[in-house]
Design a protein around this ligand. Structure first.
Ligand code: CMC
Length: 391
């Protein structure tokens, strides 16, 4: 064994070769399978993008219809899963519940997928896309004490998300196409981001040949943290706090710069983007458009814009190339849609699902070896054991 190169946080280590997502952090470029994120967010819909990420090409109409239909066939979730859901206290965070339920799906799908078998892999993809959406909405129904809803086969995937979340027997849900379109775009923007923390987790768990549901469950847990997907909830809570304290954004910028204060400006900074995050640019504009279209006037949007302005003019943020990231404005849109803050990261997970599946499939198809990093040992040298009465 040669010398080990130490790279905490894998800041400079490539873990794999991948054909899925191209990211240039200096130029602020993001492409899925060669298509720019701007084009996809503008022209494609979420299931088209999911298909593109997972199978490598944009689907033609027949492939897309089939994909949508095959996903529908997998939207019934085993009844026994409901008792698992009911075992959680209503106060449980939806991300913890989602990770557990995803893992619980392994009980009902014990056979591991043979990635070499195209039909088997395709079925596993559709099953994961169908069941994950449904159980994601269950986490909210449980929290609210609502009865569970079934997927409506006459409606699209994103429409179903809203229905599954909000339709209750006493209050029929009125679908707002503007919300569906905006949510579709947000899911596209979250769909993949090469070797981020949760995706690397999915790949590394899958590299031991653990199944797709087990790997995705681990990805959900990784996404939950506030430095990763959990930032969308943390941003909104931060904006609310600033608003409740009189809207003094400069004070929070000062706090974020103070190295003795653990506070960070949530939704700012990125491991790879050192110029701007192209997703944030699209989402900032979408926030204006969606709030306008819905007739919502949210003081938190003004706070966010002021905060961005003050931070971007500040030497601390400039010298460290810290810009708003994907999570900075997304929560304001979710809030305008009536989505509760503790569900924000679950929405990120639904968006990221096709990316996790695509990366898992690629990793297994390429027959990658088990992920097993090395370390530099800094502990005690060899010493002799002392009996308990000698310590
Ligand atoms: N507020 C204040 N200072 C910051 C921030 C911030 N949000 N982000 C980075 N810094 C500082 C950091 O203290 C360090 O300063 P110094 O060089 O003086 O020690 C420097 O900038 C570099 O930061 P780092 O922590 O070494 O960078 P990283 O690549 O390890 O971390 C990050 C990237 C995204 C975890 C970090 O920027 C952060 O914690 N941001 C806030 C949380 C957030 O918004 N996360 C969402 C990320 S994008 C979507 C996603 O992945 O889900």
């Amino acid at each position: 064994t040669g010398a080990i190169t130490l790279d905490p946080g894998y800041k400079n280590s490539g873990s794999c070769k991948s054909e899925i997502t191209f990211l240039d952090g200096e130029e602020g470029i993001l492409r899925y399978r060669g298509y720019s994120i701007e084009d996809l967010a503008d022209k494609a819909d979420f299931l088209e993008v999911a298909y593109l990420l997972i199978f490598g090409e944009l689907p033609n109409q027949a492939q897309l219809d089939k994909f949508e239909n095959d996903i529908r066939k997998h939207t019934l979730v085993n009844e026994e899963m409901k008792s698992i859901l009911e075992g959680f206290p209503k106060t449980a965070h939806p991300m913890g519940v989602l990770s557990s339920l995803t893992s619980a799906l392994t009980a009902f799908n014990p056979k591991s997928v043979n990635v070499e078998n195209e039909k088997e892999m395709y079925d596993a993809v559709c099953k994961t896309m169908g069941k994950f959406l449904v159980i994601a909405t269950w986490t909210y129904r449980r929290r609210m004490g609502f009865p569970l809803n079934y997927y409506d086969n006459t409606k699209g995937y994103v429409e179903n998300f809203m229905r599954l979340m909000f339709e209750i027997p006493t209050q029929p849900y009125k679908m707002d196409q503007k919300i569906v379109d905006a949510l579709d775009k947000l899911f596209i923007l979250h769909a993949d981001h090469e070797q981020n923390c949760s995706t690397s987790t999915v790949r590394i768990v899958g590299s031991s040949h653990a199944g797709l549901f087990a790997s995705i469950s681990a990805g959900v847990s990784a996404l939950w943290g506030p430095l990763h997907g959990g930032a969308n909830q943390a941003v909104l809570e931060m904006l609310e706090e600033i608003n409740n304290n009189g809207g003094d954004v400069a004070k929070y910028v000062l706090k974020a710069k103070d190295k003795d204060d653990p506070f960070r400006l949530m939704g700012f900074g990125h491991r790879v983007y050192k110029n701007f995050d192209p997703r944030a640019t699209i989402i900032k504009k979408a926030a204006d458009d969606v709030l306008d279209a819905l007739g919502v006037d949210d003081p938190l949007l003004d706070i966010a814009k002021q905060l961005e302005k003050v931070a971007l003019e500040d030497e601390y943020f400039k010298s460290r190339n810290l810009y708003p990231n994907v999570d900075f404005y997304s929560g304001i849109i979710y809030r305008a849609m009536g989505i509760p803050v503790e569900m924000f990261t679950v929405l990120f997970a639904i968006g990221r699902l096709p990316g996790w599946i695509a990366q898992w499939k690629e990793m297994r198809t390429n027959k990658e070896p088990i992920g097993r990093p090395r370390q530099v040992y800094t502990g005690s040298p060899s010493r002799s054991f002392k009996e308990v009465n000698q310590r």
